[in-house]
Write a protein that binds this ligand. Structure first.
Ligand code: GCO
Ligand code: MG
Length: 403
């Protein structure tokens, strides 16, 4: 089999997606996701100018060799743009391989290790009562795991809470980054109050999660971890900026609160200290940013040695294609932890016909050959690229800060 053509399709059914379609001389094709939220066109150029010309004529079945060719062969290693490009190609190659075998992808990864894939969804609000209502509503809808976020009184809404600007319905498209305000001393006492109320309202059967979104220093995060211990969270996510792996040592020494990190990572080398020193409990890499199916398998197998479980990042900007790949990996590996699932706009679902299904808090990969997610190019053509950015964050005095 030979690769004859590779199309890069950019469309914005609510938010921008970069989709890779690898065609072969046998009529089989594969689909991959290569989206980097807010930097989409950099990946398009990387693929079109530097990857596609090198792959025409190659055997698509050699997915490991092509992964290494694009990784080691580029000389310049890692990085979100390179790794998203590799991820898109890798997903498409695994799709082709599984279609050629006439099997759903999870069978090629070892077969089923579980009956269903547990997800968590988000409840956010402008005040604690609104969040409690949101959590109760998600419980009604069958969710066994829920992430809870609350806005800080006195500050404008920020990303991930209440009427926030970006991740609510995937509908906001701004020409330039929104500037948000952050105040750690107002946030730290608020979050334990939220989880105290939540435990009173929903009891102890449900898994509760919280995302700090990289906003604290290690000692602040340690304080929060200690204060949240009585409420037994499933995890505390991105408590400190992720790139300083040593920063997690201090946090770990101070709290038994389970720790999750990894949505901004794109390589196994971002995780080696965190995993081998057992500084975290959940690794949150996802197929579109960490090297596709091949990249995820390498990281999760490494993590399994150290009792670290998987927790693929799965917001709306991870397309249904990457979500499909995540679900197949989630189904097959032994050290699965949880899958984030935010759902998609109707337009996004129209654009990506899917074999995977969601029902009352759990996902199934489906039995279609391949990863089971396609792209409808006619629908994609109706939604042209629209420039959009993630927000930036500043302290109350104007200092730019992590978020
Ligand atoms: C999450 C995240 C996202 C990211 C977003 C960036 O836990 O789902 O933190 O909301 O911020 O995916 O593009
Ligand atoms: Mg997060």
């Amino acid at each position: 089999m030979k690769i004859t053509d590779i199309k890069i399709i950019v469309a914005s059914p609510g938010r921008n997606f970069v989709t890779v379609k690898v065609m072969t001389d046998q009529g089989l094709y594969g689909v991959g996701d290569a989206t980097v939220n807010g930097r989409e066109k950099a990946v398009v150029a990387y693929l079109e100018d530097h990857v596609v010309p090198c792959l025409i004529g190659r055997d698509p079945m050699r997915s490991e060799d092509i992964w290494q060719y694009l990784y080691k062969g580029a000389y310049w290693r890692r990085g979100p743009i390179t790794m998203a490009a590799i991820s898109g190609i890798d997903m498409a190659l695994w799709d082709i391989k599984a279609k050629a075998a006439n099997m759903p992808l999870y069978q090629l990864l070892g077969g089923r290790s579980r009956d269903k894939v547990m997800v968590y969804q988000h409840a956010s609000g402008m005040d604690i009562d609104e969040v409690v209502e949101g959590v109760l509503a998600l419980r009604e809808q069958g969710l066994d795991a829920i992430r809870a976020q609350v806005a800080i009184p006195g500050l404008p809404p920020i990303y991930g809470t209440g009427t926030s600007t970006d991740d609510a319905a995937g509908k906001t498209v701004r020409p330039l980054p929104n500037e948000e305000v952050w105040a750690t001393h107002k946030y730290l006492p608020l979050v334990p109050r939220l989880f105290e109320k939540l435990r009173d309202a929903v009891g102890w059967d449900v898994h509760l999660l919280h995302d700090v979104h990289h906003r604290l220093t290690p000692i602040e995060a340690a304080r929060l971890g200690k204060d949240l211990e009585p409420f037994r969270l499933f995890w505390l996510e991105d408590a400190v900026p992720a790139e300083l792996q040593e920063g997690f040592r201090l946090l770990r020494q101070h709290t038994t609160q389970p720790i999750a990190v990894g949505e901004v990572f794109n390589s196994i080398y971002d995780t080696t200290t965190l995993i081998s020193e057992q500084l975290i409990d959940y690794i949150r890499v996802t197929s579109v940013h960490a090297g596709g199916v091949t990249g995820l398998k390498k990281i999760f197998d490494f993590a399994s040695i150290y009792h670290v479980r998987s927790a693929c990042h799965g917001p709306m900007d991870v397309s249904p294609v990457a979500m499909g790949c995540n679900i197949h990996v989630d189904t097959a590996i032994n050290n699965f932890g949880i899958q984030e699932f935010s759902g998609y706009t109707e337009a996004t679902r129209d654009m990506f016909p899917c074999a995977w299904t969601y029902e009352r808090g759990y996902l199934q990969p489906g039995e279609a050959p391949g990863h089971g997610v396609d792209i409808d190019e006619a629908v994609a053509a109706k939604y042209p690229y629209a420039q959009a950015y993630l927000p930036v964050a500043r302290l109350e005095d104007g200092t730019l800060t992590s978020w």
